[in-house]
Structure formats: structure tokens, C-alpha cells
Design a protein around this ligand. Structure first.
Ligand code: IPM
Ligand code: MG
Length: 355
């Protein structure tokens, strides 16, 4: 098995280093190859997604991705900014199904900004469509406003767009995932305003006929944002489009106390995947050795489960993470009274010891 490792920017290299350590501790037979991406790609080859990096990502069986982005690249043209690397990988590799679980570890209930009784036992899965929507819809750009009270002014525009087959494929993934869990799927849209969402909703209802054992409900995105903080445990699996999923998955992540705990998987139609922590590159704490590597380590567990078919090893990693939390070890982002603060490397080493 060949694994492409793309550490990226900010805290990316530090957390990926710990995750690779965990992978090697489990099984030394993985072939691991590194390549630069994001700002690091720009520095190395003048592009956030260098040709060689993309080739490696295509060849590999799975991709472990750190994070991209740094304020120092904010002045670059959009196509050269670090974020284009992850968008490009998702698009070129047709990674359309993004799994973002939000699980609350009992030891961390106090770290959530919500009352423990609201979040205790939380286990929801957000499935975000990743290849379409306003992120990729054409046309987009800048122009002079053609009509209206601001005619002639400079305007920016994007196109929100979904075709039926794109919604069908993410719907199938979501119904199947819900079928393996609590059998409740909530589709989030803005069908009271947007045609894209009406098509999304109609398609979800159509596909639901193939999954009679899964209960489908619909919710407007504004209400979903509210219900996520009001009664998050009412959700089982949520399926939504690219932009709403971007926003709601950050919100859901924070319910669990720290976005530093949450892994994610982006899969294609054959379960080849890119695995990355749900959090970003956090340039403000880069190089300080304090970043939480657990989201990336748990992303390795998702890789073993979804792409490499090694459920037992995935489970071992998850159990090891639970063990270090139970030992009271905490990086600063999940620190609480009575626990022991450790840095990035010590946390990685503790997980390996627990394995
Ligand atoms: C995410 C990130 C990305 C997105 C950015 C870095 C382009 O916020 O993975 O959620 O918007 O998809
Ligand atoms: Mg995001």
C-alpha cells in the first residue's frame, strides 16, 4: 500500500509527523512518500498543487493531508493561494464525499462551550458534498453590474449549481452511511429560497425510495445551525452541499470541545480517500510544539477503515486515543483543571505507547 503524505503549512508538518509515527508503529509495510502542498508547494514549485504532488496523489492508495494556508500568502492571486491545493485535490481526484464526524469523548465534555448535558454522548456525522455547489460552479468572477441600483459598479459573482447526478451520488453515500448507524438522515438545504436547494431536496426524496429503512428529514440551513447548538443529539447523519457543509461542520466540531480532535475523510466512488484533520493550519501556533495531533492520528484510523480495509487497526488507534484521554493527557486546546498538559510530540508518543 502506498500512502501519499502531504503535510502542507502551519502546524501541518508537526501533526502529520505524529500521525505517520502512529502508522509506522502499527505496520511498517506501508510505503510512504512525501510531497509539498499549499504554501509549501508554492515555495517549492511555484504552485500550491505542484504537478508532481498531484501525480503522487493519483498514484497512491490513500492520501494523508495536514493543513494548508498562511496569512503570508493572502496577497497572492486566488489560483496561487494555498487553499487551491485542497480544492484542486478534491476536484482532480473526484473526492466528492466528505465525512466529518463530530464525536464527544466523555473525558472532554467539560471542554465544550455547551452544557455537558446538551453534548454528553454526542455522535453525529456530517456528510458534505465536496465537488460542486458555489465552490466550483461556473461562471464566477468580477464584472460591472449590468442592472439594478448599482449598475456599472464593480461586482463579484459566483454560481451555486448542482446537477441531479451529483446529488444522487452523495445521497447514496449518505443513505448507506445512515443505514449503518442510527438510520436517520437529515438533509440540510435552503429550499425556501434557492432553486439549487429545491433540486437537492427533490433528488433526496427520490433517492430515499431506495432506502426504506432510513428515515429522511429536511431542514433549512439556518434552522440547522440553530438546532446544532440547541439540541445537537437529535441529529444522526446530516447530508448537505459544499458550502453549508463547510459551515455546519465547523459548528458541529466545536460542540465537541475542540476542533483539534476531529478527523475527516474525503472519498471517491471507489473509497479511495484523502484524510485530513477537520481543523486548519493554525499558523499562529505553528512551530511551537503545542498543536493537538489527535485529529490527524484519528484521520489515519479513518484511512485504515475506509480505504485500506483494516478495521481492526483503525479500532486500535481509536482505543489508544481514548486511553491517552483517560490518562488525563491534554494538549492546550483541550486542557482542563486536573489534567496534564503535554505537547504535540508527547501526545503522539503517548498514543504509540498506548498502542
Ligand atoms: C474545509 C476548509 C476548506 C473549505 C478551505 C481551506 C478551502 O475550510 O476543508 O472545510 O472551505 O472546504
Ligand atoms: Mg471549512
Amino acid at each position: 500500500m502506498k500512502i501519499a503524505v502531504l503535510p502542507g503549512d502551519g502546524i501541518g508538518p508537526e501533526i502529520v509527523n505524529e500521525a505517520v509515527g502512529v502508522l509506522n508503529a502499527l505496520d511498517e509495510s506501508f510505503e510512504i512518500e512525501y510531497a509539498p502542498v499549499g504554501g509549501a508547494g508554492y515555495e517549492a514549485a511555484g504552485h500550491p498543487l505542484p504537478e508532481d504532488t498531484l501525480t503522487l496523489a493519483k498514484e497512491a492508495d490513500a492520501i494523508l493531508f495536514g493543513a494548508v494556508g498562511d496569512w503570508k500568502y493572502d496577497g497572492l492571486a486566488r489560483e496561487l493561494r494555498p487553499e487551491q491545493a485542497i480544492l484542486g485535490l478534491r476536484k482532480h481526484l473526484q473526492l466528492f464525499a466528505n465525512f466529518r464526524p463530530a464525536i464527544l469523548y466523555p473525558e472532554l465534555a467539560g471542554a465544550s462551550s455547551l452544557k455537558p448535558e446538551i453534548v454528553a454522548g454526542l455522535d453525529i456525522l456530517i456528510i458534505r458534498e465536496l465537488n460542486g455547489d458555489i465552490y466550483f460552479g461556473q461562471p464566477k468572477g468580477f464584472r460591472q453590474a449590468l442592472t439594478g441600483p448599482f449598475e456599472g459598479s464593480r461586482e463579484g459573482f459566483d454560481t451555486m449549481l448542482y446537477t441531479v447526478p451529483e446529488v444522487v451520488r452523495i445521497a447514496n453515500v449518505a443513505f448507506q452511511a445512515a443505514g449503518k448507524r442510527g438510520k436517520r438522515l437529515c438533509s440540510v438545504d435552503k429550499a425556501n429560497v434557492l432553486e439549487t436547494s429545491q433540486l437537492w431536496r427533490d433528488t433526496m426524496m427520490e433517492v430515499s425510495k431506495d432506502y426504506p429503512d432510513v428515515e429522511l428529514s429536511h431542514m433549512y440551513v439556518d434552522n440547522a445551525a440553530m438546532q446544532l447548538v440547541r439540541a445537537p443529539k437529535h441529529f444522526d447523519v446530516v447530508v448537505t452541499g459544499n458550502m453549508f457543509g463547510d459551515i455546519l461542520s465547523d459548528e458541529a466540531a466545536m460542540l465537541t470541545g475542540s476542533i483539534g480532535m476531529l478527523p475527516s475523510a474525503s472519498l471517491d466512488a471507489n473509497n479511495k480517500g484523502l484524510y485530513e484533520p477537520s481543523h486548519g493550519s493554525a499558523p499562529d501556533i505553528a512551530g511551537k510544539g503545542i498543536a493537538n495531533p489527535l485529529a490527524t492520528i484519528l484521520s489515519v484510523a479513518m484511512m485504515l477503515r475506509y480505504t485500506l480495509g483494516k478495521e481492526e487497526q483503525a479500532h486500535r488507534i481509536e482505543a489508544a486515543v481514548k486511553h491517552v484521554l483517560a490518562q488525563g493527557l491534554r494538549t492546550p486546546d483541550i486542557m482542563q483543571v486536573g489534567t496534564t498538559q503535554v505537547g504535540t510530540c508527547a501526545m503522539g508518543a503517548a498514543v504509540i505507547a498506548a498502542l
